[in-house]
Write a new protein. Structure first.
Length: 159
């Protein structure tokens, strides 16, 4: 297997671990504060379907379930994609420290998510309050740290 492909696969696996951490921190926040889940993933899917002129099939319940599932997959896809890009960057010789890699992964995931929310007109991060930013930053920081640590563990072992 080529070095680049191995690095991208390690990045995907690290991104999957980071996504799990992001979800866990999000669910802990929901439990601690008693807050409902964010509707932005579902709203993003619905906006994409509308822009593409695609009707999500099924009755109301089936349609909502499909939209909910697709919204969750969007988040997973973002986490895997950022991990793959991180792995590719590492294959080019970029060797950041764990703190620098954590911040880079956090910033990449937050930027990709925020950009999509903004361009789809689901949410405008420029109008978020302190609580909104913390609710977004903390889980993404968990993503960034776990992604960086997972990649380092795989690279150190030469899997």
């Amino acid at each position: 297997m080529t070095t680049v492909l191995r690095a991208i696969l390690w990045g995907a696996a690290a991104g999957a671990a980071g996504t799990t951490a992001l979800n866990a921190v999000t669910f802990l926040d929901m439990m601690a504060r008693g807050r409902p889940p964010s509707r932005t993933p579902e709203e993003s899917v619905q906006r994409m379907a509308d822009k593409l002129g695609v009707q999500v099939p099924g009755d109301d319940e089936q349609r909502q379930s499909r939209i909910s599932g697709a919204g969750s997959l969007l988040g997973t896809g973002t986490g895997l994609s950022v991990g793959c890009v991180y792995g590719f960057a590492r294959s080019t010789g970029w060797q950041p420290s764990i703190p620098a890699a954590s911040l880079a992964n956090t910033a990449a995931a937050m930027s990709l998510t925020g950009f999509s929310l903004f361009t789809l007109k689901v949410s405008d991060p420029r109008r978020w309050g302190r609580s909104d930013w913390l609710s977004d930053l903390v889980p993404h920081l968990a993503y960034g740290v776990v992604t960086a640590l997972s990649y380092a563990a795989m690279a150190d072992r030469g899997l």
